[in-house]
Design a protein around this ligand. Sequence first.
Ligand code: PMV
Length: 307
Amino acid sequence: MATGIACGKIILIGEHAVVYHQPAIAIPFSAVQVRAHIKQTDDSIITLNSSIYSGDLAHAPALLDGLRTAFEKACFHLAIQPTNMAITIDSTIPFERGMGSSASVTAAAIRALAQFTQKPLDDKTLKAFVDISENIAHGSSSGIDASVITYETPLYYVKNQPLHPFHYSLDAYLVVADSGITGNTKDAVSRVKHLQETQSELHQQLIEQLGQLTKDTQQALLQQNAIAVGKIFSQAHHCLQQLTVSTPLLDTLVDTALQTGALGAKLTGGGLGGCMIALASSKQQAEQIANNLKQAGAVNTYIQHLL
Ligand code: PMV
């Protein structure tokens, strides 16, 4: 049996603006991960076993089109027939919640395939396959999820530009709360596009503001200034609200985190559901925020030290 593993990701800041060539900062999120296992079978098909679908991969629902297409192309690249395999996906990444589940499932499955074929697969090639899957899953994707999940390093990311691994160290805690509502990145990206078509000045102003806030976050992280990072997160949430991608529950969770003393809070990822993040100055405060977020409606919380 061959195994491939991939982590989740969290966008700290810059989601949506990154689609319009502004920078974004994203980090690998190891509190959640996908493990894909591949074993040989006697069936002349690829069988998928996962929490959302089990059966012939060729007949999987449309939401798995990205995985199927990328996996078949990877089979071709690795010179193996796309038959006689069973893929099992074990994932702790909730689906469509802005933690990169679609990119992570594809990365883990193709890593397992490379091990199965005993052929090397470099990260650049793997990323190209994850990009194929993401472009199908999200319409037109900026490529940020594919990049962070393939390279497993924090990135200061600008679409279509060489990758810049971004090393920082902040003695603060990131609280991630899952609203339990399935987000829809494709819809959220189209909403922002609609705003561009109907209110182009407002759209441009918000996108540029988010780009500037990302640049400010980069500086604040390099200066290890958690208070500044927190303030910027809250400003970014206001921009994302105006881009119409927040929800009442995400807003409530952001308010709850701030009322519990968070340095700042915002939604993360595409929005319209999914997750929010809050910055806490100590582990104790992070745990308090996580508890209050659960009482306010979050179905799950995670804490990651940013040091
Ligand atoms: O919803 P997620 O976590 O996959 O994040 C999408 C990020 C967007 O900027 C909204 C879209 C993109 O392709 O960058």
